[in-house]
Write a protein that binds this ligand. Sequence first.
Ligand code: KG4
Ligand code: ZN
Length: 339
Amino acid sequence: MTVKNGILLALESSCDETSAAIVADGRNVLSNIISSQVPIHQKYKGVVPEIASRCHTQCIAAVTEEAVRGAGLEYGDIGAVAVTSGPGLVGGLLVGVSFAKGLAYSLGVPVIGVHHIEGHISANYITNKQLEPPFLALVVSGGHSHIVLCRDYCSYELIGRTRDDAAGEAFDKVARVLGLPYPGGIHIDRLAKEGNPEAFHFHSVLARQDNFDFSFSGIKTGIINLVHKLEQNGEPVPVADIAASFQQFVCGVLCEKTVKAARLYGMKSVVLAGGVAANSQLRSMLAEQCRVNGMSFFCPEPVLCTDNAAMIGCAGYYRLQKGFVSDLALNADAAMSLF
Ligand code: KG4
Ligand code: ZN
């Protein structure tokens, strides 16, 4: 399906960011407004779903208005509306889906529901204009750790996944134990630069197994026990060393399994996606391992790694190109499946 003017308005509200973007021809971002609720949830040390839904309701219209005006457009220029319809927090998803359907109906344009993970993967098309499928994707966010085979646009095969905590979840939980603010990934990233990554050694049974699954709850528990033991003994907690050792271990496991999967499936390109893709060590480690193995490496610019609507607009554009379209029966699906 061709989109009028090639212009999509996209909305993302699956967690704690309300975002609206205007994307032209799939990869050209004309505006990408992100209203973060992080300061609101920080005092609870995590996202409170009911508060998140209310915040989305309060600001989605203003964020959308800013995206349209910021792109120098009028509502009449919009050719289609893309929206994250799952997975995520159902209250937030409902705000986005309802708003998107209302807007699409009033403008007389199609609405397309987008899977959040497909959005994260598609962020790579925006930063890397030359990227085309097939490729292997490592998707690491607050809710997912997936190795995904992308043979074509809108075609995904799950190769490996976490058996327990997602990578971002592990970063956030370890950060909390170390007394760092929510969300902790970025704070661990910064602190790790000052620490010794060889100070502590962790191991995981799954890391050594010949499959593409991950497990991060063991290392999280190991660090909780380590910190408690040091505190009970009245010893100082070497926060930077723990952050550096934890990050090195997690990045090592993620990179090793991703490159192994790319080799097995004959993929020449590897892409990184999701909030944890903003991690500086993960980006440089995976880039280096791809280089050594003769593979091309791609990742989105940091602002497109964490939740944003531009990535949803890009994914929505390619879905429409492939002939997928939703209708006004589109609903929020908190546990939506991509595979
Ligand atoms: O994709 P995202 O914005 O939301 C979900 O879909 O879950 O990912 C958020 C996750 C959080 O767990 C956050 O701590 C993590 O991404 N994150 C990072 C970094 N920046 C964000 N983790 C490690 N290093 C970072 N620099
Ligand atoms: Zn996300």
